[in-house]
Design a binder for this molecule. Structure first.
Ligand SMILES: [Fe+2]
Length: 279
């Protein structure tokens, strides 16, 4: 079936119109919506009215929702459903309010098998600010010179929960939360999205610790060079939230970042979908 769609930027994002996410999609619609998502890396649905359980059921159509790790930021009795709130606090660390995700990252890359997708459902949205930015790590890869693409493809890198190079502190975890993801993960520097066959640069400003087989200084310089490339405006889409928005992104192809430049109440539900080991 033909979906009614609108591209949201040159490289990232598509809005699918006239679909109701509160009801299960029929097979044909789901196939088309899934394809629109992976082809454009970010899928936007607007004006949706769902209960929290309907949102979990919506997410389940794209893959298995994972149990989320930071227990105090999960919805009680529903380990698959977390939230992002203006009231979030680092309760096991400083105790202060925190805005998570404010530099370019791909979710949970410290895990051996990171989630392929993350989705948010906007409930309380401030008048101004709090946008989520996305940038195409696939378009950034394509834009590299041939020789550099060939050199990077095949390199491997280490992702930690909190890299020594991270520009911002991570939320402190309990011993149980650390035990769920105890070590660092080694991933390819350039990964291939199994759904599209497209390659992208797989780095993370808060998690990427070092590129293997390079001296420290050279590894750090190359990571910074890749962050600069990925962060170029031409590869970006900036989502301005409205209540009722569902935004689903492909962690294999885009990086994203949050903005804490808002006042007042902000609340969104979050689901993450199980992925494959990066290849
Ligand atoms: Fe994130």
């Amino acid at each position: 079936m033909a979906l009614e769609t609108e591209k949201l930027s040159e490289h990232v994002g598509v809005q699918v119109k006239r679909v109701d996410a509160s009801q299960p999609f029929d097979k044909e619609t789901l196939t088309a919506v899934y394809k629109a998502w992976v082809d454009h890396s970010v899928l936007v649905l607007r004006e949706q009215e769902l209960t929290p359980q309907q949102f979990v059921d919506f997410g389940r159509q794209f893959g298995k929702p994972i149990e989320q790790n930071l227990k105090h930021l999960n919805v009680e009795d529903c380990p698959e459903l977390a939230f992002i709130s203006s009231e979030d606090r680092d309760i096991h660390g400083t105790g202060k309010r925190i805005v998570r995700g404010t530099s370019w990252h791909t979710d949970h890359s410290y895990a051996e098998v990171p989630p392929k997708g993350t989705m948010l459902f906007g409930i309380d949205i401030p008048e101004k600010g709090g946008d989520t930015q996305f940038t195409s790590a696939a378009a950034a890869f394509d834009a590299l010179p041939d020789a550099q693409r060939a050199r990077l493809d095949g390199m491997r890198s280490i992702h930690a929960f909190e890299s020594s190079r991270s520009p911002r502190p991570m939320v402190k975890r309990t011993p149980e939360e650390i035990a769920a993801y105890p070590g660092d993960a080694e991933h390819p520097l350039i990964r291939t999205n199994p759904d599209t066959g497209r390659k992208s640069i797989y780095v993370n400003t808060v998690r990427s610790e070092r590129i293997l087989d390079l001296p420290d200084e050279e590894s750090g310089a190359l990571l910074d060079e890749l962050y600069a490339k990925i962060g170029q405006e031409e590869f970006q889409y900036r989502h301005k939230w409205q209540p009722g928005d569902i935004v689903l992104w492909d962690n294999r192809s885009v990086l994203h970042k949050a903005n804490g430049d808002y006042e007042g109440k902000r609340f969104l539900y979050r689901i993450m979908i199980e992925g494959d080991k990066p290849i």
